[in-house]
Design a protein. Structure first.
Length: 315
């Protein structure tokens, strides 16, 4: 059991044709629910925090909770910065014990993205921290990320090779049709698996064998959870996510990390709404937050077994 980087996790995931779940955290109940779910399935995981989560809970508090749950559960965890906007935020996380960071320069033009990512890689590697970056633009809204569909762009395979070569980044988040938030598709869900395969083969031809690819915006937005939210007063209409079978297919290819934030939020909200409706006289936060925590654990166990395929990855 340890706080580790994702390097060995990804090596094992690539060979085993599964993916590691990257679950966004920002409070104690989410951390507990995610860690207990991982322990139940004996799976290594990535706990990740956006800049908004850092502002909400503080990096020291987040680190402390993760370390305490590692001691309690024995789960191997990489603590990761999600969508880091600049080098300053990266430095805060590295200085506070994070083992992995993502720099998101996808909104810059290509050459600026390369330059800024290389700067982050040089700093992080000097401190023993691994780096993820993004190439291409995902549509959708999540925390500080907001890209409308008209400006979303798929990742160019040749550019991906050039980007990895020039920056030395350890893993690459690509755009193949996933989307941030709870409203991912207006019509049929589609992922460009041919593009994923081409990016993988071109990276391998360039000497980057078994290179780990990352999928952002990969929550499934379970209709049953949406129904539960709406049953108890929610107004989440028309939400849709990535079908489980598509995510499992991606995990069997080169995708070694699948990000899930929206599903965590929905599970928490459904649990709290249900608890309030069933016990309107209750006012002890431990009651309704405990129900929400249990729903997060149930969600994580399901994701590990049915989506990620990472059961017993700590063997």
């Amino acid at each position: 059991m340890a706080l580790v980087t994702s390097k060995e996790m990804f090596e094992k995931a690539y060979k085993g044709k599964y993916a590691i779940g990257a679950f966004n955290i920002n409070n104690m109940e989410i951390v507990q629910g995610v860690m207990r779910g991982a322990k139940a399935k004996n799976s290594a995981i990535i706990m990740q925090c956006s800049k908004s989560a850092l502002n909400y809970a503080g990096p020291k508090c987040l680190l402390g909770m993760v370390e305490a749950l590692i001691d309690e559960t024995g789960v191997d965890v990489a603590l990761h910065l999600d969508h880091g906007p600049d080098l300053e935020t990266v430095k805060v996380c590295v200085e506070n014990g994070f083992t992995s960071v993502m720099f998101d320069g996808s909104h810059f033009d290509y050459e600026e993205n390369v330059a800024k990512t290389k700067e982050v890689v040089d700093y992080a590697h000097a401190h023993g921290v691994v780096v993820e970056a993004e190439l291409g633009k995902l549509a959708g809204v999540e925390d500080d990320v907001n890209v409308d569909a008209a400006h979303a762009t798929y990742t160019d395979p040749d550019q991906a090779v050039d980007f990895v070569s020039k920056t030395g980044v350890d893993s690459l988040a690509i755009a193949i049709g996933t989307s941030h938030g709870a409203y991912k598709f207006k019509g049929e869900a589609k992922l460009d698996f041919d593009r994923l395969a081409l990016i993988t083969s071109k990276l391998e031809d360039a000497g980057f064998k078994n290179y780990p690819i990352v999928l952002h915006g990969a929550s499934s937005v379970d209709p049953a959870v949406i129904e539960l939210c709406n049953k108890y007063g929610g107004q989440i209409k028309g939400a849709s996510g990535i079908p489980v079978e598509m995510l499992r297919k991606a995990a069997g290819m080169a995708v070694c990390k699948i990000n899930m934030d929206t599903d965590i939020r929905l599970a928490m909200t459904a649990g709290i709404r249900k608890s309030f409706a069933e016990k309107p006289d209750a006012f002890d936060p431990r009651g309704y937050l405990g129900v929400a925590r249990d729903m997060v654990q149930e969600l994580v166990e399901y994701k590990i077994e049915k989506v990620l395929g990472s059961v017993d990855s700590m063997k």
